[in-house]
Design a protein around this ligand. Structure first.
Ligand code: NDP
Length: 258
């Protein structure tokens, strides 16, 4: 039961891209715990079905749905969004979460890999965001949450396209607020610090990198997916109705210190 009715997501439909595992899965779980009906998304149908079954055990099968589609394919996106709205209901909350990483020093980076990361991450947030927003604008209500990172503000060597994507996503969030705010849509970004997931397991296992994260983060630890749930529920709920175009860093204080 939410602490305040303003945070209650009962009756809301939330689509979370890339939620078959990792951070997206935890966010979908948290949104459902706050009362939302959630629609999971991913590429692999088997994993998606497994996650759907697991979350349905906790929240009920009527409140956990799955929509396998490729966020980089505009035709699939438009068809899937229409399908979700027809089968589950109008999408009140979109979380643009799915993302890929590619680590190579910039001098050795193939242009094809640069394009792949930007297309997969930044262009998809625009494509999925617009497909959903076209419907939200008509209803004059909606919440869009783009998942950023500390790279929304800061760079690190070997991840230039990811850094460009997350910086671009911060400004895409502002552009969404600028264009759709008048239709009562709030677009904000949750920017996680270093979170222990499958994507970062190799970094957790790297003693030098692990020591750097722990030493560089005022909280003195890696984040968990659960750390991201509260801010996401807040940005999905009426409690944040006058917050728009913002990037909220959930990073244990990393971006606040040098
Ligand atoms: P994971 O690699 O654990 O999960 C990625 C998810 O995206 C999976 O559900 C995967 O589905 C899905 N996916 C991948 N490609 C597509 C596609 N083309 N269409 C649809 N779904 C797709 O990622 P994380 O949980 O680590 O990261 C999620 C987000 O959080 C990303 O935006 C990342 O940049 C951000 N982030 C992560 C941090 C971390 O420390 N992990 C820190 C800061 C930000 P499938 O299972 O089918 O492959």
């Amino acid at each position: 039961m939410p602490a305040s009715p303003a945070f209650d997501l009962g009756g809301r439909v939330a689509l979370v891209t890339g939620s078959s595992r990792g951070i997206g899965r935890s966010l979908a779980d948290g949104l459902a715990a706050a009362g939302a009906t959630v629609v999971l998304n991913g590429l692999g149908k088997a994993r998606l079905d497994r996650t759907r079954a697991e979350l349905a055990e906790r929240h009920g099968s009527d409140r956990v749905h799955a929509s396998p589609f490729d966020i980089t394919d505009e035709e699939q996106v438009v068809t899937a969004v229409a399908g979700v709205e027809g089968d589950v209901g109008p999408i009140d909350v979109l979380v643009n979460n799915a993302g890929i990483q590619h680590r190579v020093p910039m001098l050795d980076l193939d242009v094809a890999d640069w394009r792949r990361v930007i297309e997969h991450n930044l262009t998809s947030a625009f494509v999925v965001g617009r497909a959903v927003a076209r419907r939200m604008v008509e209803r004059r209500r909606g919440k869009i949450i783009n998942i950023g990172s500390v790279q929304s503000d800061l760079a690190r060597p070997t991840i230039a396209p990811y850094t460009a994507f997350k910086g671009g996503l911060r400004n895409l969030t502002r552009a969404m607020a600028a264009e759709w705010g008048g239709a009562n849509i709030q677009a904000n970004s949750v920017a996680p610090g270093y979170i222990h997931t499958e994507m970062t397991q190799n970094l957790v296992d790297d003693a030098v990198f692990n020591a750097w994260v722990v030493g560089r983060t005022p909280a003195g630890r890696w984040g968990s997916s659960a750390d991201l749930v509260g801010p996401t529920v807040w940005l999905a709920s009426a409690a944040s109705d006058y917050v728009n175009g913002q990037t909220i860093f959930v990073d244990g204080g990393m971006t606040a210190v040098v």
